[in-house]
Design a binder for this molecule. Structure first.
Ligand SMILES: Nc1nc2c(c(=O)[nH]1)N[C@H]1C(S)=C(S)[C@@H](COP(=O)(O)OP(=O)(O)OC[C@H]3O[C@@H](n4cnc5c(=O)[nH]c(N)nc54)[C@H](O)[C@@H]3O)O[C@H]1N2
Ligand SMILES: Nc1nc2c(c(=O)[nH]1)N[C@H]1C(S)=C(S)[C@@H](COP(=O)(O)OP(=O)(O)OC[C@H]3O[C@@H](n4cnc5c(=O)[nH]c(N)nc54)[C@H](O)[C@@H]3O)O[C@H]1N2
Ligand code: SF4
Ligand SMILES: [Mo]
Length: 722
């Protein structure tokens, strides 16, 4: 094969003092294939090259990916545990001193035991993230339930993918972010993409997406902003933030009106069509236009383009999901595929753009307050029994379900939760309603934070534990497609830093749970236990051995045993995961955003990302190139709106909501609705847009409404500090 030949040539060009470690990027769900370049004299990572032999991204990487390697030996790395003796300095970077691991562990165990004996097991909590491997995510769930014995564990996926998960579970009975492999995308005839700034957030998908147009197919984009992908789309539906449910119902109305139904598919493989048909009757193009701000002709045209395409894929991302009706939005857009039968076959289906590197795997194996490995339920006694056997505990030792991520902060604020083990997340930037969240963190009696840089959240900790970056450990992650892939170790841990799974094993031993943890001596040991724990669950990874992953360029779950090659396409047999084997078409009444504009707050505020930064920015703000390209946040304002407020480009203005305020540079752009302003959220302290966002939670997914609230702008005069 041509690509093998090419790759061999590249290998031959290698410098004798260099080796290449095959792996994937540390950041988003695309998990682009990369080789880390390692100097064999110093054994240090010195660079990166894209992997042309990786079938999903074929040699493509974005600005974050090509600079990701600069994280490993960065000057800001935490090299030793840090302890802060003076609690009055909480919320600052001050007052930390270096300590040995033993001293740190002793202090943590003493404090955890004190709190639990005084206030009960559930006085401790774990808040984690999904930039970690499956093995680490799995062990974090086990650590919370077995080593700490607390019900309170949840993770940053509640702010990310939980609405997609909730919507897929309701529509299909199973939650795999994509029903088909990414290598199908460029071969479809129509892409309907809602609430995804794909060109900035999943840039290495773009070559496949543009290819649809080049082959004569169509791209429809739904976004309040004219993003790069919206600019070149065949149709841009520029809706008001928070109105997707009305738009989806309106498009379904037109798919029915214009006769694009697949009656056979609906009859044989779905439930709920008649209720849905009834419900969407009122969502005529005119009524939908009134609710969403999208022109009626565009709504009809979207239904035509999607309906007549032989194959089509409905795709969405956080623009749709981060609303207090995110789950309904997901199911409502999924209805498009179910009523037209464009699912359960190659080149047609539904996919969400998975956010974090392991956004998929990290939600399947027990970091969520109600879930156990393999997507088992903590409320199901059979499931609990199965997991207890692997964990070597009795079912009565299994804690009850806890609460969602934001609700944990509420319990911290009222002191029901007194201790926190934070790892792999930076909620002092990324959680909504920051004034409240920071108060909750300050209110804790004892907090530990594991990170490789001192994050804004670590500033609230009593003990900081130095973790390793993705390049200093091995394990698996599950990419945007549901494909389990292998992350390889390129360098020994910097300083005294340790992988999170090792920290948890050592802490568990000191907490008297050696019997359940001491046998885990390597990441591979954790992997073997983790595969077993997922066995028989519907997210079954048992057959996804590291050898198979290597041999097959990854393994799509479910993969039940050695002979199972995995499942790239879901539902090819038209069997959905609900007990009756049918998918659910959902009748979903419209409700507006939790906070609508009013006289005092007349603008709609929405938030999101830029290509140069990643999430809370704790990693990317430290990379010189990325910082230079985007050194500070800004507020995007339409020229007519700016003129109304007498604001000029780059002038500093105050943006405020009912919850907080911040000062930003104005970026005047026609690529946004006149009634909407947008701020990227990658910045901390007084620059965080989450000082302003609303914690209105989705009733099912408990996702906060990051994408819509009411705001106002005001001119300010910044006085120079003397
Ligand atoms: N560069 C970069 N890439 C990333 C990340 C990153 O931080 N930086 N993070 C990764 C992660 S964890 C995630 S979750 C993904 C996120 O990927 P995306 O969801 O694509 O990113 P966002 O910028 O949050 O939002 C997407 C779009 O939603 C639009 N939007 C806002 N409100 C609404 C609405 O009410 N309806 C609709 N339909 N659209 C709306 C915004 O204008 C924005 O263009 O990206 C991943 N990739
Ligand atoms: N306003 C607004 N807010 C949002 C969003 C939005 O669109 N708008 N999007 C939300 C979304 S989709 C997401 S995903 C969240 C993400 O928000 P966060 O959970 O805060 O995500 P990160 O910034 O990745 O935080 C991860 C932290 O852990 C560290 N880290 C990385 N890998 C590891 C590891 O393996 N081990 C340990 N111990 N530490 C590690 C990093 O240095 C970083 O400090 O933000 C949410 N917040
Ligand atoms: S697209 Fe995502 S995975 Fe690929 S290089 Fe960029 S950040 Fe990394
Ligand atoms: Mo995310």
């Amino acid at each position: 094969m041509q690509r093998d030949k090419f790759f061999k040539e590249i290998e031959n060009l290698n410098h004798p003092n260099e080796k290449l470690i095959k792996t994937h990027c540390s950041y988003c769900g695309m998990q682009c294939g990369m080789n880390l370049r390692v100097n064999t004299q110093t054994n240090k990572i010195i660079g990166v090259e894209p992997r042309y032999d990786w079938p999903v991204t074929v040699g493509k990487m974005c600005p974050k990916g090509v600079t990701a390697y600069q994280q490993t030996n960065h000057k800001d790395r935490l090299l030793k545990p840090l302890i802060r003796d003076d609690a009055s300095l909480k919320g600052t970077t001050e007052g930390f001193r270096e300590a040995s691991w033993d001293e740190a562990y002793d202090l943590i165990v003493k404090k955890f035991k004190e709190l639990q004996s005084k206030y009960g097991k559930d006085s401790l909590s774990v808040f984690s993230g999904v930039s970690m491997t499956n093995e680490k995510c799995y062990l974090t769930g086990k650590f919370a339930r077995v080593a700490l014995g607390t019900r309170y564990i949840d993770y940053n996926g509640r702010f990310c993918m939980s609405s997609a998960a909730g919507g897929f579970l309701r529509s299909f009975g199973v939650d795999r972010g994509s029903t088909l492999p990414w290598t199908d995308i460029h071969e479809t005839d129509c892409l309907f993409i809602a609430g995804s700034n794909t060109a900035e957030c999943h840039p290495t998908s773009m070559f496949r997406i543009w290819n649809v147009q080049e082959r004569g197919g169509y791209i429809i984009v739904v976004d309040p902003r004219e993003t790069p992908i919206a600019r070149r789309a065949d149709l841009h539906l520029d809706l008001q933030p928070g109105t997707d449910l009305a738009l989806a119902n309106g498009i379904v109305n037109q798919l029915i009106e214009l006769g694009y139904l697949d009656d056979e598919f609906i009859n044989k493989h779905t439930n709920g069509f008649e209720e849905t048909r009834e419900l969407v009757k009122e969502f005529t193009p005119e009524y939908t236009s009134m609710l969403t701000g999208v022109a009626p002709e565009k709504i009809v045209r979207a239904a035509e383009l999607y309906g007549k395409a032989p194959n089509a894929i409905v795709m969405f991302a956080r623009g749709v999901e981060q609303q207090h009706k995110g789950v309904d939005n997901v199911s409502a857009y999924t209805n498009m595929a179910l009523i037209t039968g464009k699912i359960g076959r190659p080149k047609s289906g539904v996919a969400t753009f998975t956010g974090q590197g392991n956004g998929q795997g990290g939600r399947e194996h027990g970091q969520k307050s109600d879930l156990l490995p393999g997507y088992r339920k903590i409320t199901n006694p059979e499931h609990v029994k199965e997991v207890c056997q692997v964990w070597n505990i009795t079912p009565d030792e299994m804690p009850k379900p806890g609460v969602s991520a934001y609700e944990m902060f509420e319990l911290m604020e009222e002191k029901t939760i007194r201790g926190l083990y934070l790892l792999c997340s930076n909620p002092a930037v990324s959680a909504p309603n920051q004034n409240f969240v920071r108060k909750a963190l300050k209110n804790l009696d004892f907090m530990i934070c594991s990170d490789f840089y001192l994050s804004e959240s670590a500033e609230f900790a009593d003990v900081i534990l130095p973790a390793v970056t993705w390049s200093e450990d091995e394990g698996t992650v599950t990419n945007i497609e549901g494909r389990i892939i292998k992350i390889n170790k390129a360098q020994e841990p910097v300083g005294e830093s340790k992988p999170d799974w090792q920290i948890q094993v050592q802490l568990a031993e000191r907490l008297g749970r050696g019997k359940q943890f001491s046998h885990l001596k390597t990441a591979r040991d954790v992997a073997d236990e983790f595969r077993l724990a997922s066995k028989g669950g519907y997210a079954d990874y048992y057959g996804a051995t590291w050898d198979k992953i290597e041999k097959q360029d990854g393994v799509f779950w479910p993969c039940k045993d050695e002979n199972d090659k995995g499942t790239p396409h879901m539902f090819l047999d038209k069997k959905f995961y609900h007990p009756d084997g049918k998918a659910k078409i959902c009748a979903l009444p419209y409700r507006p955003p939790a906070e609508e504009p009013c006289e005092k707050y007349p603008l709609r505020l929405t938030t999101g990302r830029v290509v140069y930064h990643y999430l809370s920015g704790n990693q990317t703000r430290r990379i010189p190139f990325l910082h230079d390209m985007c050194p500070e946040p800004y507020v995007e304002v339409h020229p007519e709106t700016a003129a109304k407020y007498y604001m000029e480009h780059e002038e500093r203005v105050r943006l405020y909501t009912r919850r907080g305020e911040a000062v930003y540079k104005v970026k005047i752009t026609e690529a946004i609705r006149k009634d909407t302003v947008f701020v990227p959220y990658h910045f901390g302290h007084e620059d965080s847009i989450n000082l302003l966002t609303i914690a209105a939670l989705d009733p099912i997914s408990r996702m906060p409404e990051f994408k819509a609230c009411a705001a106002q702008l005001e001119k300010v005069e910044i006085k120079k500090v003397q």
